[in-house]
Design a protein around this ligand. Sequence first.
Ligand code: FE2
Length: 485
Amino acid sequence: MKEELLTAFREKGLFVTPEALEIIMGKEEPMAFAVEVMERVKGPWVRKEDLEEKKEAPKLELNLRKPFRPAAKEMEARVKVFEEQDVTGKSTSEGKVGDFIALFRDRYEALSKMLRVRGNMARDIDTVKKKRLQDNTRVIGMVNSIHTTKNSHRLMEMEDLTGSLKVLFPKSDKTMIDVSQNIIPDEVIAVEGRMSKELFIAKQIYRPDVAMREPNRAEEDIYVALISDMHVGSKLFLEKRFHKFIEWLNGEGKERELAGKVKYITIAGDLVDGVGVYPGQEEELATDDIFKQYEQLHFYLQQVPDYIEMIAIPGNHDAVRIAEPQPALPKEVLGPLGSLDNFRCMGSPGYVSLHGFEVMLYHGASIHGIVPHTNNVNYEHPETVITEWLKRRHLHPVYGEKPPIVPEKRDYLVMRKVPDLLHVGDVHRNGYVTYRGAIGINSGCWQSVTPYQIKLGHHPTPGVLPLVSLRSGKITILKFGEEIK
Ligand SMILES: [Fe+2]
C-alpha cells in the first residue's frame, strides 16, 4: 500500500513527508483519503498539517467508497417465460379472409368464456331473436358498430356465432347512454335487457374484467426495474442519464441498497430508434445503421451487472414487424446483444414470471387506436388505457385502427391471464395505476422531447425509473437527471 500511495502522489507531481504518509496509512480507506488530499493540496509537498485542514469533508466520499455488496447477487434468478402467450415462432397468418375469421372467433370464444364464468347464463343471439323473450335476458357478442341515431338514442350492432343483434340504448336512460359512450368496436361484452320488436333494449352491460384475487408475490426482498423507449441511435437518446442508471446499478451514487436489490430489468420496447420509421427520421439519427444501433445498446447493457436478468420486448421502432402481435427481436439483428447471457427477448405482448411475480410486457401503441373511441383515456395519464385494457381483457380491441393487427389463428392480444404487473411504454410518459390488484406502469423514456411530440402537445418524462418490489408490490420512483432526485 505504501508504494502504491507514493506512486499515486508522484503521478500528480506531489511528494509526501514521512509523517503525512504515516497518517494516511492509518486511515480506514488510505487510497480514498489520498485521492481527496490530492484534489485540494497544491504541493509540491504534502505535509502533516495539510491533512488536518478538511477533517469533515471526505466523510461522504469515504462512505460511498465502501464495497458494494448487492443482495440480489446472492440469489439465483427464477425466470419462466409463458411461451403459449407469445407469437414468436408461431406466426402463420397469410392475411386471408379465413385468417380473420379464425382470429375473431378465437377472441370471441376466449372472452365470452370469461363472461360466462362471471355472470348468469347467456343465450345465443339467434334464440333471443326467434323466441322474442320479454324477460330479462343476457347475450354475449362482439361489437360491430355503435353510433348515435338522429333521435339521440344510441344504436349498437353486435354478433355472436349464431347471428347479429341490434341493441338500443334509449335516450331516456341517461346511465345507459353514458355507458354506451365507452363501448368500442370489436370488444366482447355481455348485454342484459329484453327484446322489443326487432330491437334489444339494453339495461346493463358487463365486461370480462378482472376478478378480485390474491396477487402473486416473491418471498425475497428484490426488485424489478422498468425501462422502455431508450431510442438508441437517435440524436435525442439521453446517453448520459442512461449511463448514470447503469452506474447506479453498479453501486455508484445514492440509494445503493436499493440498487443492490434489483434482480430484474424489463424493457418494454423501442430499444433503438430504428431507420425509416417515419419520413425525415434520418435527420434526427446519430446512427443511421440499425445493426450499429443494437451494437451501441449492447455497449450499455453489457455493463449491467451479470446477476441482473434483462427481459426485452420490441416496440414500433425496433427491427421486427410493426403489426401486432410483434414477435421477439431475431438474433440476426441483435448482434453481440444476442450473446449477452443475462439478456433475453420475448414478443409483444409477452408474459413472464419473475420469482413467481407475473409480468406482462406490451409496447402499448394501441393507445392511439383506443383514444378516438372513449373519453376514459388520455395521453397525459397513459395509465388510464391500462385500466381499459384490463376491463376488456384485451390489449388492442379496435381492428382497423393503428397499429395494424395480424390475423393470427390465436388472438395473442387477449389477456388470458391477469398479470401482477402490466408494463408498457410507447407514449414516453410515466404513469401508474392499480386496478383490482393488478399494477399497471408506463415506464416513460430515455429520449429527450422530439419536435413531433412538441407538435402533438405530449409531455414526456425522460430519465424517470420505476422500480417494483416483488415482495410487496410497492412502487419506487427514481429520477435520473443531473443527479438522482
Ligand atoms: Fe418510443
